[in-house]
Design a protein around this ligand. Structure first.
Ligand SMILES: [Zn+2]
Length: 296
């Protein structure tokens, strides 16, 4: 099941009083596929959404409408019956001319109803990406007027969406994980909001750990490459001229590297009979590499 559907299922289970119910149903219908004097309709992949849409129409008009399954495995609810449409219009205070174009804010009566309205918009045209993948919540809106009105509803709340136009439709969206958490909670999907927060924390920790592991791995690789180069030079010296030919301050360090092939220069420094800094050790290895380079 998609994360969007999880959220929608939670939104459908939110208990609401009458004022909020009207605001939610209104938004659900208005931001669906069609909302005009000729037709109110939704087309959705999810049967539960279609059933809830039919429920909203029943609540406003008393009419029983069953979702139908389309050939493309989607679910459609469509009302074209004039009597039903006029009942819905009357309940929502809409005239023929105010249908569709803009939000009738009289249907968002109380502060609580703004949350319910957003819940309805999301049910109709919202999607949210699984936080494991990316942070993205959007409302896909059919007209500029409805996009503007949706932005206006968001003025009541803290997070501010962005809007973009895409091939004739308008996308009102959030890309910040904290904003998305807030929007989910505002709409009433509190459980999914918590899950969202949790997923983000887990992802952040995983990223930090991976960064650290990569960093440490890179350090280890560098150490091994350096030590191998030193070892090869020293093995050549041993073979060609022997350790006894080296000055005493290089001899001990050469023997240590010859025995301990993969330890870091810092560890070599700690093994010396007379203490030396790591850069002192580096310096002596450079000398040994130079000597080896000059041997035939
Ligand atoms: Zn309310």
């Amino acid at each position: 099941m998609s994360f969007s559907l999880d959220v929608k299922n939670e939104l459908l289970s939110v208990e609401q009083n009458d004022c909020c119910r009207l605001a939610r149903d209104y938004a659900f219908l208005l931001y669906g596929r069609a909302f005009s004097v000729k037709e109110i309709a939704i087309l959705t992949e999810h049967e539960a959404i279609a059933t809830a849409f039919a429920g909203a129409i029943k609540h406003l008009s008393g009419a029983e409408i069953s979702p139908e399954k389309t050939k493309g495995e989607k679910f459609r609810v469509s009302v074209t019956d004039k009597a039903v449409l006029s009942d819905v219009a009357e309940k929502l205070g809409l005239s023929d001319s105010s249908f569709k174009k803009r939000v009738n804010f009289a249907n968002i009566a109380e502060p609580c109803c703004y949350n319910a309205f957003l819940r309805g918009v999301f049910l109709a045209c919202g999607t949210v990406t699984d936080p494991e993948k990316e942070y993205h919540l959007e409302f896909s809106v059919s007209s500029k007027g409805l996009a503007d009105d949706l932005m206006h509803v968001f003025d009541e709340f803290e997070p501010t969406p962005k809007v973009t136009q895409r091939s004739g439709s308008y996308t009102v969206y959030f890309k910040n994980s904290a904003d998305i958490e807030d929007v989910l909670a505002i709409m009433g999907a509190t459980e999914n909001s918590m899950m969202y927060m949790h997923a983000k924390v887990v992802k952040d920790i995983r990223n930090t750990v991976n960064r650290k592991v990569n960093f440490e791995q890179a350090n280890i690789n560098r150490t091994v490459v350096a030590a191998t180069k030193q070892y090869e030079a020293i093995a050549k010296i041993k073979e060609k001229i022997g350790f006894d030919a080296l000055p005493p301050e290089l001899r001990e360090i050469a023997k240590l590297r010859y025995i301990h092939r993969e330890v870091s220069n810092a560890e070599i420094a700690s093994m010396l009979s007379k203490p030396l800094t790591v850069s002192g050790v580096n310096h002596r290895f450079q000398k040994l590499i130079k000597i080896a380079g000059e041997l035939k």
